[in-house]
Write a protein that binds this ligand. Structure first.
Ligand code: GTP
Ligand code: MG
Length: 204
């Protein structure tokens, strides 16, 4: 497999690259593990910057497999987009407002955006601001799938019930993919299933 590389950080909509490869975006509350999951998926620690402090990722960060010119006949098969987290109250309000606007604008208005993975911390479940994002995606008819993160931090026996409860919460949501994935970037759980789902979404 070709190594993945960072190609661009987008601080505002006007800096988005021209529409090209299918885009797969990772959204979720601050600190839920978006950047860690991208690193685990592509097997490259430190590709996306992670931190214990919420608010690490502040731009839309584009990652692609290396070695494509990006020309019309030589596009990478997909781009993975790491997004700033939402729901982080401790940063200056104008910054938080700017990130949130960027995330919401991108999620509503990108033709090449094939699928959004909405990450939910397995310890906390779906919160009110997650619901807001799900509603926006439903309204914009952007396909999304829920991914539970940090499952190494909960008891394994509780997982089936958590997945069932989460599925019940999204049952009536029109743009939600009717399956919930459970992952651990730390231990590697669920990554193969997620890779397969991403490949399918990018090609579909
Ligand atoms: P922002 O960019 O600030 O929105 O955060 P993020 O969603 O990108 O989270 P990030 O990947 O930076 O991870 C946040 C913290 O959670 C880091 O300390 C990670 O090491 C930790 N973390 C992420 N995934 C896992 C996991 O699967 N298991 C465990 N135990 N910790 C994890
Ligand atoms: Mg991040």
């Amino acid at each position: 497999m070709r190594p993945w590389v960072f190609i661009r950080g987008v601080p505002a909509m006007k800096f988005l690259p021209p529409e090209g490869p299918p885009e797969i975006a990772f959204a979720g509350r601050s600190n839920v593990g978006k950047s860690s999951l991208i690193n685990a998926l592509v097997g490259k620690k430190g590709l996306a910057r992670t931190s214990n402090t919420p608010g690490r990722t502040q731009e839309l960060n584009y990652f692609v497999p290396d070695g494509y010119s990006g020309g019309e006949d030589d596009l990478p098969p997909m781009a993975l987009i790491d997004m700033p987290g939402y729901g982080y109250a401790s940063a200056p309000k104008d910054k938080v407002d700017a990130w949130t606007k960027l995330v919401f604008d991108y999620l509503k208005g990108r033709v090449t955006l094939k699928r959004v993975y909405v990450l939910i911390d397995a310890r906390h479940g779906i919160k009110a601001n997650d619901e807001e994002v799900l509603s926006l995606l439903d309204k914009a008819a952007v396909s999304y799938q829920i991914v539970l993160t940090k499952t190494d931090k909960i008891k394994e026996a509780g997982l089936p019930r958590l997945i069932a409860n989460t599925l019940e919460r999204i049952r009536k949501r029109p743009a939600a993919y009717p399956a919930v994935l459970a992952t651990s970037s730390e231990k590697g759980g669920g990554l193969d299933e997620l890779r397969a789902a991403i490949a399918q979404a990018a090609n579909g």
